[in-house]
Design a protein. Structure first.
Length: 152
């Protein structure tokens, strides 16, 4: 277990999880659906942003599941993005931090007030979600080939 994942484990934020091709396929399906929904011009910017955010959350969850863990307890979205940094490494720190900032912004729009998301923020997250889908498909091929053959 990597040191960072051990810390999350010791904090009670992770539990063991054995994933399956079906579960990974479901998460990819959710991500693809949410990326498409995020592009719908009839939705509010807040909802489009939330859809794109959910897509990246599902994609980041795939990484965690493939490593044999599942988030546990309160704050599980934050745990997923923290684990993403650990598993994918330094080249993905900025992206994981960006997604975590989107988490905080999504929390405000879901639980605080409407209209706090700009068009630019929404379009940026949608673009990053589309790119992240490609990244995860590539990552699956390299790191979880037993699953990747089902999804390309």
């Amino acid at each position: 277990m990597k040191t960072g994942l051990k810390r999350l484990w010791d904090q009670g934020r992770l539990r063991r999880h054995k994933t399956s091709a079906r579960e990974i396929a479901n998460l990819l399906g959710l991500a693809r659906r949410d990326i498409e929904d995020a592009k719908l011009k009839g939705l509010s910017l807040d909802r489009r942003f939330a859809c794109a955010y959910n897509a990246v959350l599902q994609l980041a969850t795939i990484v965690l599941y493939c490593r044999g863990y599942k988030p546990k307890g309160i704050g599980h979205h934050a745990t997923v993005f923290e684990a993403l940094r650990i598993i994918m490494g330094k080249n993905y720190y900025d992206l994981a931090d960006y997604f975590d900032a989107c988490r905080a912004k999504r929390n405000i729009t879901d639980y605080g007030y409407a209209g706090g998301i700009s068009r630019q923020e929404t379009e940026e997250l949608i673009k990053k979600a589309k790119r992240f889908l490609k990244t995860i498909l590539y990552w699956l091929g390299k790191n979880c080939p037993v699953f990747s053959k089902f999804f390309n």
